[in-house]
Design a protein around this ligand. Structure first.
Ligand SMILES: [Zn+2]
Length: 172
């Protein structure tokens, strides 16, 4: 059996360029459209990993943002650091996010932005709508469960969502 490729090699040999100069990740991605890569047993976002490889450490409080709007892009020249708030603002500007779903204040626990992720019967979904579509449920069903049947469905934080999603990937 050949030795496994080191993660940086898997990163830099697994993208295709486009006319905008983006390096489009060809590996696995989350439902939300962000590329992922396994680095020493841990699943991480490819754009974050690319940033760290090419440009250095990312402060804990900061996020890696795309200047090109392409979630799968790993070109370090298209990656900049910003706060979560800046990232959301940029996404709204680029119409990647629906403004009505954002609550900047997020006072006390889960804010509206984070709470759109949902756990239904133990499986994490990126949104209530996504859960209803995948499970072929009528509109409003999951919302009803969230409100009245917390044992079946409950809202989860984005962080929890990614943790659960990453677990699913690991088991694959
Ligand atoms: Zn790009």
């Amino acid at each position: 059996m050949p030795a496994p490729k080191p993660p940086f090699k898997r990163l830099i040999t697994n993208y295709q360029t486009n006319s905008q100069g983006c390096w489009i990740w060809q590996g696995r991605a989350t439902k939300a459209g962000y590329g992922q890569i396994k680095v020493f047993g841990k699943i991480v976002s490819v754009h974050r990993y690319s940033y760290e490889l090419h440009k250095g450490n990312i402060a804990k409080s900061l996020e890696v943002m795309h200047t090109c709007n392409n979630k799968l892009c790993i070109n370090p020249d298209h990656l900049i650091l910003g706060t979560h708030k800046e990232n959301i603002k940029q996404a709204i500007k680029d119409k990647l996010l629906d403004h009505s779903k954002i609550n900047y204040k997020g006072v006390g626990g889960i804010n509206r932005d984070q709470s759109i992720q949902v756990l239904v019967k133990g499986i994490a979904y990126g949104s209530i709508r996504e859960a209803e579509q995948v499970l072929k449920l009528g509109k409003g069903t999951v919302r009803y469960w969230v409100k009245n049947k917390p044992d079946i469905a409950r809202l989860i934080t984005k962080q929890e969502y990614y943790q659960l999603k990453n677990k699913e990937y690991e088991y694959k």
